[in-house]
Design a protein around this ligand. Structure first.
Ligand code: IMP
Ligand code: MG
Length: 178
C-alpha cells in the first residue's frame, strides 16, 4: 500500500497513475469521436484541473483551443453559502462550443456557478468533463458528459488536487486515511 504524508495527514493511494492515464486515453478517444468536425474551446478550471487538462489536451486530434479560468469565491447575500464568479475569461465565448475541464465535482456548487456564467456569456454549447466525481455529495443535476472515475465521498489529493495547497504533484490519486 503506497502511502504519503501531507502536512499532518496520512493519505493512501486509491487510483494509481497508470489507471488514471489509461482512463484519460479513453476519455480523449470519446471526445475525439463526439466532437469531430467541431471547433471546440476547452476551459480548464484552475488550479486543480491543470494536470487533467494537459493530459486530455495532448491527446486531442480535433481542432481545439484551450484557455484557463479560475473561480473567485465571494460570500453572496443569500444564506445558501458561497458564490463564485469566473476570472480570467479574456476571450469572447459567444457562439463557442465549450467543454469545461474540472478536476473534481463534489457538491456541484462550483460547477453550477461556472456553467451559469458560461451560459450568460453566450456559449453555443456546453459540455462538462471531470476527472473525479463524488455522486454521494452531488446535489445538482447537470449531466456530466465525461467522467473519469466515480469515487466515494472521501477527501482526495493528487493529480492536481490539493490539501492546503500541497499534493498537487502526486501522479496518483490518494485518499485521506481517517
Ligand atoms: P463542489 O463545489 O462541492 O463540487 O467542490 C468543488 C471544489 O472543491 C473542487 O473544484 C475542488 O477544488 C474542491 N474539492 C472537492 N472535493 C475535494 C477533494 O476531495 N480533494 C480536494 N479538493 C476537493
Ligand atoms: Mg477545482
Amino acid at each position: 500500500m503506497k502511502e504519503t504524508i501531507i502536512l499532518n495527514k496520512r493519505f493512501r493511494e486509491s487510483i494509481p497513475a497508470e489507471a488514471i492515464l489509461k482512463r484519460i486515453d479513453e476519455m480523449a478517444d470519446q471526445m475525439n469521436n463526439d466532437l469531430s468536425g467541431r471547433d471546440v474551446l476547452f476551459l480548464g478550471i484552475l488550479n486543480g484541473a491543470f494536470m487533467f487538462a494537459s493530459e486530455i489536451f495532448k491527446r486531442l486530434k480535433i481542432d481545439a483551443r484551450i484557455s484557463f479560468v479560475k473561480t473567485a469565491s465571494y460570500t453572496g447575500t443569500r444564506s445558501s453559502g458561497t458564490l463564485s464568479r469566473l476570472i480570467g475569461l479574456g476571450e469572447d465565448i459567444k457562439g463557442e462550443n465549450v467543454i469545461i475541464l474540472e478536476d473534481i465535482v463534489d457538491s456541484g456548487h462550483t460547477l453550477e456557478n461556472i456553467v451559469h456564467e458560461i451560459i450568460l456569456r453566450g456559449a453555443a454549447t456546453i459540455g462538462i468533463a471531470t476527472l473525479l466525481f463524488k455522486p454521494e455529495a452531488y446535489v445538482k443535476n447537470f449531466t456530466l458528459d465525461y467522467t473519469g472515475f466515480t469515487i466515494p465521498n472521501d477527501f482526495v489529493v493528487g493529480f492536481g488536487l490539493d490539501y492546503d495547497g500541497y499534493g498537487r504533484n502526486l501522479t496518483s490519486v490518494y485518499t485521506l486515511v481517517p
